[in-house]
Design a protein around this ligand. Sequence first.
Ligand SMILES: [Zn+2]
Length: 72
Amino acid sequence: MLVKVLNARSKRSTIIVKCPKCGEVGILRAYRKNIFGKRSYKIIHDDKRSCKITILDENWEEINQIYVRIRL
Ligand SMILES: [Zn+2]
């Protein structure tokens, strides 16, 4: 699912993933943690669409692992 990471050592790195929702690549962004302390994610596509990945989505775990491995 992970496509590429630009500037992996930087906090401002760009994580590009294949979106589990629409199948297109996009930039992975985390936004706030929910009441369970879990992050939600957005995948931002070129045409300004974005897909939201929350804990309720079956692909959340995979997206979360990618994010945690790269950012933390
Ligand atoms: Zn998408």
